[in-house]
Write a new protein. Structure first.
Length: 456
């Protein structure tokens, strides 16, 4: 049935509008934005486009809170965390993955994300062997997305080697690994697994990184998916920069820029270690840089050159990566604060036209949609109805409107508490601030974690 959302205020493609009706078809698309001339099926104080969470590894949500003790090495880092992650994933089966993914997708929807780009690299069984059905794990991700109602861009990952020298994968990486032919088989199986998915589900491709994928593997991966999104980790760690530079003769960003036509299909994840020149040149490609500020802070990755990148016309979006804490507004705030701390500034990303919160939110909505290959990111006819409903009659927003509301949501610390509703492609999955299947999803997740802990 068509839906008619009446909003006191809405952030539309034409800016803020008051007393707006957003008409949604039974196919989940916005068919009109204008005067309120129908009986409302839903009423919200404010309506915002729901951004895409452009980078997630769902299985890592089960590790949240388990990696904060210092190990025997006083210089604890991303690389020691990575070893802990490898040990953890050795236990995970398809029976574990689906309830974990449902919990993650529920939390994303409740946080205001309308869709997710799942960077999916946990492919094989506990011994590193392909399942009888190669996309077994991908099927669990798809099922979790369908049951929670979140939009999905699935990004199967090619992971060939343990490093640029072509060394074998370690035991911890065996569940990720594939040859080019093996990955092609997995990818074709994933196409079949998605055949009965909702129309807004998309399939892209993800060569993991220049450290883990050869140039031949990168070419083969791109050829498998000639039209969909291409996601890749890029320049996240200093050790990665050193290894790739020694092997390929250039840093990861420079080598990619010199050897490929980087365009709007690409989403480059993290990019925290780019030089000033690389930052400028990458900004001019129309690719999206996928930022995950909470995870990047948690792992000590470094600070992305955000002010420089945006000053050269760069495009960004936001993801939750390790899912240690899933919060749309906290991701935006953490990014802005990183720029302020680095430069001893305030309102680092604000422009003469728009406040900081508006700039951050616009980038999250538009950049995330581009990265996911999803027809969303704006409230305008023809777009998917990915919409957040916000309640402003509270102590955090005080019935304000306009860009000040976005500043309050991002910087006031209670943005998520103001969310009343979330639609994903017209699917009304969050109502009164809660996912409609919340209680069962949480019960199943707790049971799954208990089983996992009993195995260790």
């Amino acid at each position: 049935m068509p839906q008619y959302i009446h909003a006191n205020h809405a952030l539309t493609a034409d800016g803020w509008q008051s007393d707006v009706q957003i008409s949604i078809s039974d196919l989940g698309r916005i068919i009109a934005v204008g005067a309120q001339d129908r009986v409302a099926t839903h009423v919200v104080a404010l309506a915002l486009p729901a951004p895409v969470n452009l980078h997630s590894h769902v299985f890592q949500r089960a590790m949240s809170g388990l990696t904060e003790q210092r190990g025997p090495d006083a210089s604890d880092s991303f690389w020691t965390w990575r070893k802990q992650m490898f040990r953890f994933l050795e236990q995970l089966s398809p029976d574990h993955i689906e309830p974990i993914a449902r919990l993650v997708f529920m939390e994303m929807l409740e946080a205001g994300f309308g869709a997710v780009g799942e960077f999916h690299y946990l492919h094989h069984d506990m011994n590193g062997q392909p399942y009888a059905n190669p996309p077994e794990m991908a099927t669990c991700i798809i099922a979790a997305a369908q049951s929670t109602g979140i939009g999905l861009t699935l990004l199967p990952v090619l992971y060939q080697y343990g490093g640029c020298d072509g060394r074998a994968l370690t035991a911890g990486q065996a569940r990720f690994g594939n040859t080019i032919d093996g990955f092609a088989n997995l990818y074709s199986g994933t196409i079949a697994a998605m055949a009965d998915s909702p129309d807004d589900f998309k399939l892209g491709i993800a060569p993991h990184s220049l450290r883990a994928v050869s140039p031949d593997g990168l070419n083969a991966t791109i050829n498998l998916c000639p039209d969909g999104p291409i996601h890749m980790h890029l320049a996240e760690q200093i050790a990665e920069i050193k290894e790739v530079t020694e092997a390929l003769g250039a840093s990861p960003p420079r080598w990619l820029l010199d050897n490929y036509n980087i365009d709007q299909r690409w989403c480059l994840i993290h990019a925290t270690q780019m030089t000033d020149a690389e930052t400028r040149d990458m900004a001019r490609t129309n690719a999206v840089v996928g930022l995950c500020p909470i995870t990047e802070s948690n792992l000590g990755d470094g600070v992305f050159k955000g002010t420089d990148f945006l000053s050269h016309g760069g495009r960004i979006g936001f993801g939750s990566d390790s899912n240690v804490h899933i919060s749309l507004f906290e991701e935006l705030k953490t990014f802005e604060y990183s720029q302020r701390l680095r430069d001893h500034s305030r309102a680092a990303l604000a422009t003469p036209e728009h406040s900081t919160g508006r700039v951050l939110f616009d980038h999250a909505a538009i950049g995330g949609a581009q990265a996911a290959g999803r027809n969303s990111g704006q409230i305008t006819p023809g777009m998917l109805a990915d919409i957040i409903g916000i309640e402003a009659d509270n102590q955090w927003l005080c019935n304000r409107s306009g860009n000040t509301v976005l500043d309050g949501l991002v910087f006031g610390g209670h943005g998520q508490d103001c969310i009343t509703d979330v639609w994903s492609a017209g699917r009304h999955m969050v109502q009164k601030g809660r996912h409609i299947h919340r209680d069962k999803i949480i019960r199943d997740f707790i049971k799954t974690i208990s089983r996992l802990e009993q195995q260790t």
